[in-house]
Design a protein around this ligand. Structure first.
Ligand code: BES
Ligand code: MN
Ligand code: ZN
Length: 497
């Protein structure tokens, strides 16, 4: 399986592992108590090492130095905090990530969470812990050579603080979030021969252990319900489609839930409108939206969030066999509207159309947020720095933008309008599933909106952020688990009682 770093919390006495991490501000003054904690000479060592290596204590900069004989530890790792005046803008998860990058494989590490100036709060240290864990994630379950496994994370990482019990409490929620992100990453990274719709549903089923209620709808049930847009996408695959409903009831009884919907195309060949061969292997990540929803439900349940939440994911494989859907086909979605298939590669919106309608009718949620690796066009527009945000509700959009800024999982608000909507009118049916290249991400969003009534709704196009993710201070994984932290924050800030 992938590695999960174990974090321990202890008081400041008895420090002396293999690596010792010390935070240093841009005045290069480490905490006054350092000599007391590490022994006489520790502060002087920091000052000499910093001067010798021209280390300036800039935020997120690091320096590892060999400890002197008899110090009781092998390496001292300095991590820069930058200026004290900028401290409220410092991302503590990234700080933990920067520290994790320097730790020795196989050794033990003590992270001295004492600030040189204004003390860290328990929440800030917990964020450091989250960053340590996320940066240490590796997906190595298919590596059989020990050479590749050798770069594994340290054996044990201990957060050293003045008040361990306060930190243990704050860390609980962060560990739930970390586990949710790790689950999402695992799902995105898994190869498509292993993770097909039924297997994905089995993995989601495991959330039952955390108290999440799971329903798995098979093709027979989906047909009875009338999800013909979704089933049409899956009909060219030997693998059966599934819809999974996950419910976490941590809020007041009878209170309306918040809802999250995910695109779970476990592999997207494009179908009969087949994709070119180059890079097609990346389409195993076309279920990143569903992975995020599953990881989020894990996080909410594991930290016992005081909210009623539902997650609904549409799981299909888009393949081109003799039974596959054709361009020109017309299908009737669950909403009763007809759709002319122009391009079988515009399949995500067909899956979501049915799942969105189903979620809205069955749960009447407070809001509905869907995530989908929906269009290549969003990569053209926004690169990998922002997910595209489309919404029919300004309050929800603003809250998502704020949660994005707070977590670093940022979103950019894109337009919806009647003029774009008109572009998906069809000659033969109520709408068509593709309107060509112009405004491709927007017409896809308009298509989704035709399957939402007046429920506050937001669509996040994560084709750029959910897979093939760029390296960051807290992520080295191809599948970043993007969105788990964003939506967890949205819930925590506005929807918990
Ligand atoms: N899964 C793809 C979108 C995608 C592209 C995700 C690149 C991640 C990286 C989606 O199903 C798709 O194929 N969209 C088409 C839509 C077009 C046919 C209207 C696209 O973006 O080209
Ligand atoms: Mn496609
Ligand atoms: Zn797709």
């Amino acid at each position: 399986m992938s590695s999960r770093l174990k974090l321990e919390v202890k008081a400041l006495n008895g420090v002396g592992g293999y690596d010792v991490v010390v935070f240093v501000s841009d005045t290069l003054a480490p905490a006054a108590a350092l000599d007391e904690i590490l022994g006489e000479g520790a502060r002087a060592l920091v000052a000499r090492a910093a001067a010798a290596e021209r280390f300036k204590g800039k935020a997120l900069s690091t320096l590892a130095v060999l400890a002197p004989e008899g110090a009781g530890y092998e390496r001292l790792i300095l991590v820069g905090l930058g200026a004290e005046t900028e401290r409220d803008r410092l991302d503590f998860a990234m700080l933990g990530g920067a520290a994790a990058a320097k730790l020795s494989a196989g050794g033990s590490a003590d992270v001295l969470c004492v600030a040189p100036d204004a003390a860290f709060t328990a929440d800030e240290v917990a964020e450091i812990g989250l960053g340590l864990r996320l940066r240490s994630y590796r997906f190595d379950r298919y590596k059989t050579k020990s050479r590749d496994k050798d770069q594994a994370e340290p054996k044990a990482v201990t957060l050293r603080v003045e008040d361990p019990s306060a930190l243990r409490k704050a860390l609980k929620a962060r560990e739930a979030i970390a586990a949710g992100v790790e689950l999402a990453r695992d799902l995105v990274n898994e190869p498509p021969n292993v993770l097909y719709p039924e297997e994905f549903a089995d993995r989601a089923d495991k959330l039952g252990k955390l108290g999440v209620e799971i329903e798995i709808l098979d093709e027979k049930q989906l047909g009875k319900i009338g999800m013909r847009a979704l089933l049409g996408v899956g009909q060219g695959s030997r693998r059966e489609s599934r819809v999974v409903v996950m419910r976490w009831n941590g809020g007041a009884k009878g209170e309306k839930p918040v809802a999250f919907v995910g695109k779970g195309v476990t592999f997207d060949t494009g179908g009969i409108s087949i994709k070119p061969a180059g890079g097609m292997e990346d389409m195993k990540g076309d279920m990143a939206g569903a992975a995020c929803v599953t990881g989020l439900m894990h996080a909410l349940a594991a930290r016992k969030a005081k909210v009623n939440a539902v997650g609904v994911i549409g799981l299909v494989e888009n393949m081109p066999d003799g039974n596959a859907q054709r361009p020109g086909d017309i299908v009737t979605s669950l909403s009763g509207q007809t759709i002319e298939i122009i391009n079988t590669d515009a399949e995500g919106r067909l899956v979501l159309a049915d799942v969105l309608w189903y979620t809205q009718e069955r749960f009447e949620p407070v809001f509905m947020v869907n995530l989908a690796t929906l269009t290549g066009a969003i990569l053209v527009a926004l690169g990998q720095e922002n997910a595209g945000l489309f919404s029919n509700d300004d309050t929800l959009a603003e809250r998502l933008a704020a949660a994005g800024k707070a977590t670093g999982e940022t979103v950019w608000h894109m337009p919806l309008s009647a003029a774009y909507d008109k572009m998906i009118d069809s000659k033969f049916a109520d709408m068509k599933n593709s309107a060509g290249r112009h405004g491709g991400s927007i017409t896809a969003a308009q298509f989704l909106q035709r399957h939402v009534d007046d429920t506050p709704w937001a669509h996040l196009d994560i084709a750029g952020t959910g897979m093939g993710s760029p390296a960051s201070e807290i992520n080295r994984s191809w599948g970043s688990g993007w969105g788990v932290r964003l939506l967890e924050r949205l819930v925590a800030d506005h929807y918990e009682s």
